[in-house]
Design a protein around this ligand. Structure first.
Ligand code: CMC
Length: 381
């Protein structure tokens, strides 16, 4: 019998140092470069948080203005990229479009093979600038709508909503969207970020790392959960005329049945947080504002019913995807676009980790414990 300790899922394994963010499950806290994420969400733009994650410091006004001008100049998609997106069937998941677009943006970038800190920062910023247009272009193409060109007079979040829907969003909606982007931006060594670091550790390029990370984020145990949450709500049925109390009772009954059938409920539970996800209260407050803004209190009934029944039965708390899903639905995004929205935000965290990995690289190559057949021989060999 081997004495080797195998840590399935790398649970509890500390794989490296990082100065990008700190998750403290004991206190349910999350810091980006030392700043509580709640404070960033309350007082910063996504552009400021992106610069913080990349450079380690909140930008000065001058630095922010310089970045903002470049970000706005790199939002539009090239005709070649649009043609490649158009060539993909609308039956594919929008995450496949994001993954393909990240790869194409790498192939188109003259600095693709330059992994110097300066080139990596420029490439990260260009990817950050272009991905919202990819997401919106694809959603509109699937809806049979004409694409909407980016607007250089709008900030990141306002322009994102403009390109998605072709009308200027209410400031309250822009604010809630900005909060969601900031909360989704970074979360230490989650599966997709670790994927990006593994790819980077072979001295591959930044776009390869991001392309692989998008693949990892797609799964329902990770980013795909925000879509799965909304599918649960739709399975339950969202009834505009239902009282919040009736909706809550129906949701509770649904959850009790699902748990009795041993179903895994998306949007609940977390590998690291066991007493609740630090990001949920801030996102839930944004969801509450959107429920008021759009006048859909029955959604709150469904939300509370599922959460309460899960809490009573298993003491498992919601994660960020739980309030984010219905928030994006209220804003008018199609459900399969929810995880691509997560991609647009997490590009900042992924690329900050890519740069950190390059700066202090060691090939990531763990061991495995063999449990196949004993040595045997090919007949006649
Ligand atoms: N629904 C029902 N039971 C659950 C859930 C859930 N969502 N999450 C955990 N459990 C139960 C699980 O069945 C197990 O019970 P038992 O010990 O009786 O077998 C126990 O809790 C421990 O669960 P686990 O799956 O072994 O724990 P983990 O640390 O591997 O899981 C997780 C973390 C996120 C994969 C899991 O909670 C899960 O699958 N949740 C649903 C998917 C989801 O919402 N993912 C989003 C994660 S956070 C944000 C993001 O990355 O997007």
């Amino acid at each position: 019998e081997s004495q080797t300790e195998v840590r399935k899922g790398l649970a509890g394994v500390v794989a490296d140092y990082t100065a990008v963010s700190k998750v403290n499950p004991e206190t349910n806290s999350l810091l980006y470069r030392g700043y509580p994420v709640q404070e960033l969400a309350a007082s910063c733009s996504m552009e400021q948080v992106a610069l913080l994650l990349w450079t380690g410091e909140l930008p000065t006004e001058e630095e922010l203005a310089e970045f903002t001008a470049r970000e706005r100049a790199h939002r539009a998609l090239t005709p070649e990229l649009k043609a490649i997106v158009d060539a993909l069937p609308t039956t594919c998941h929008p995450m496949d479009v994001c993954r393909t677009a990240a790869s194409v943006l790498g192939a188109q970038d003259p600095e693709a093979e330059d992994s110097s800190p300066e080139a990596n920062l420029r490439k990260a910023q260009k990817l950050f600038a272009a991905m919202p247009a990819v997401v919106c272009y694809d959603q509109r193409r699937r809806r049979g709508q004409e694409p909407v060109a980016p607007r250089e007079d709008l900030g990141y979040s306002a322009n994102f909503l403009w390109m998605a829907f072709g009308e200027e969003a209410d400031p309250a909606v822009v604010e809630a969207f900005n909060v969601s982007m900031i909360l989704y931006a970074e979360h230490s060594f989650n599966a997709s970020t670790f994927t990006a670091r593994v790819v980077t550790s072979t001295l591959s390029d930044l776009h390869s790392a991001v392309t692989a990370a998008i693949g990892a984020l797609k799964g329902p145990l990770h980013g795909g959960a925000n879509e799965a949450v909304m599918e649960t709500f739709e399975e339950l049925g969202i009834r505009a005329d239902e009282s919040p109390a009736d909706a809550e009772a129906r949701a509770k009954a649904w959850m009790e049945e699902a748990l009795a059938a041993k179903k895994k409920i998306m949007g609940f539970g977390h590998r690291v947080y066991k007493h609740g996800d630090s990001r949920v209260p801030t996102m839930k407050a944004a969801l509450d504002r959107m429920i008021d803004h759009y006048g859909r209190p029955e959604l709150l009934g469904l939300y509370n019913g599922l959460e309460k029944a899960m809490g009573e039965a298993k003491d498992i708390k919601p994660n960020l995807d739980y309030p984010a899903g219905p928030t994006y639905w209220l804003m008018g995004f199609d459900i399969p676009t929810f995880t691509p929205l997560f991609v647009a935000a997490r590009i900042t965290g992924w690329t900050a980790h890519v740069m950190e990995q390059v700066a202090a690289n060691s090939l990531i190559r763990p061991l495995s414990e063999y449990n196949g057949p004993d040595e045997r021989h090919v007949p006649g060999a």
